[in-house]
Design a protein. Structure first.
Length: 391
């Protein structure tokens, strides 16, 4: 039997494709499939079988992809990473922090953990629950028990739960006279995407070397956790070429840009302990944020039937994803000696938001150069949408 190409082995069949194949086989056997009525017994049976085979095809193709790091996706990639490379996918974290509750009325309120709900006001409504029990006595009670600082946690994981200081002030639970505010920001992080997880799997192999290769530094930094085993959020690592002085300069960034000093200190401790070889000193610091504003016009065919606001929202999501994965120091294509945010790469990212986009044009068409320790973060987006007639 001839070898099957990998794209055939990893292409699942839809219900419609499977049904067409079954009907083709039936026709080849002499059955008059064109006379079968919609809703009739024969077509219903074929439809049921086609649906079952489509589900089977989905699982078979994903199981096949699990044999290849670059092809496995989602939960299947999670299994490959864990059982083949010994790398756990970084899960999303729940935004949490302290909320100050003040009773300005005459009622007394007592809640067990998880019973009291507060949230952000519209339009980005997200709810948070108390992580510990608390009691609020009437205003003016001795001992200041009409004010309580209580730990709260977001109901949904990920960056959706992130809130700036003072944003969590809407009471969902009924407590007349009670006000709420968060003195400090709540920060939630999204789960690790497939592309960074694949990169960590490859970097994990380098940690077996006693020579401290570049990927080993990257793996330790992106896998670092705090004392509570919560991920520190490092998603990008920039390592400068060796200059021969025994110092390895390493820059860290999260999905949103540079990291805090606490993250730098934690990663520094882990790197010095685990992967720095003798006669080498690792110098670790946060990447410096450089805001890059984007002004672009997106030309899209009118037959796409998309409103300008919808196109703009898709463009913003695409640009955010672009900056989130952009390497520290920018993109560098030989013979470039320094990195940059390449305007052609930005245009290509915007052109992919819909198959009926004609083109995306930046103004001006200029690369934004970056120093080795700088990381590009989104500036102001100015997006114009132009509908192109279908002639």
């Amino acid at each position: 039997m001839a070898d099957l190409p990998i794209d055939v082995l990893t292409s699942e069949q839809t219900k419609e494709q499977t049904q067409a194949t079954i009907l083709g086989i039936c026709a080849a056997l002499g059955l008059k499939v064109t006379s079968w009525q919609s809703g009739g017994v024969a077509l219903v049976i074929v439809g049921v079988v086609a649906r079952l085979f489509a589900q089977f095809s989905h699982h078979v193709t994903n199981l096949t992809k699990m044999g290849f790091l670059d092809l496995a996706v989602g939960k299947f990639l999670t299994l490959v990473a864990f059982y083949v490379y010994g790398v756990e996918r970084i899960e999303a974290t729940f935004a949490s922090g302290d909320v100050v509750l003040t009773n300005t009325g005459g009622g007394q309120f007592s809640y067990l953990a998880g019973e009291f709900i507060i949230g952000r006001p519209a339009p980005n409504e997200i709810t948070y629950r108390n992580a510990e029990p608390f009691t609020l006595k009437p205003v003016g009670s001795p001992g200041g028990t009409d004010v309580a600082t209580v730990s709260f946690r977001c109901d949904v994981p990920g960056s959706k739960g992130t809130a700036v200081a003072g944003a969590i002030r809407r009471l969902v639970s009924t407590a007349t006279g009670v006000t709420a505010t968060n003195p400090e920001a709540f920060i939630g992080t999204d789960g690790e995407r497939d592309i960074p997880l694949r990169a960590r799997c490859r970097a994990k192999l380098a940690t077996a070397s006693p020579n401290g290769p570049r990927d080993a530094y990257s793996f330790v930094a992106t896998s670092a956790t705090n004392s509570a085993l919560e991920p520190l959020g490092v998603t990008r690592v920039g390592i400068l070429p060796n200059t021969g002085d025994g110092i390895v300069k390493i820059y860290l960034a999260s999905a949103s840009g540079g990291v805090g000093s606490d993250v730098v200190d934690a990663v520094d401790l882990l790197v010095q302990r685990s992967v720095v070889p003798d006669a080498v000193r690792a110098q670790i610091s946060s990447a410096t944020n450089v805001e890059v504003p984007i002004t672009a016009t997106i030309y899209i065919y009118a037959r796409a039937n998309l409103s300008s606001p919808d196109v703009k929202k898709a463009a913003v999501r695409a640009l955010d994803d672009f900056f989130m994965l952009l390497p520290i120091g920018g993109m560098r294509i030989p013979p470039m000696t320094t990195g940059a945010v390449l305007w052609r790469a930005v245009e290509a990212q915007l052109a992919q938001i819909h198959r009926l986009v004609v083109e995306a044009k930046l103004q001006p068409e200029t690369d934004r150069m970056l120093a080795p320790g700088e990381v590009a973060v989104p500036g102001t987006y100015t997006i114009t949408v132009a509908q192109v007639p279908d002639n």
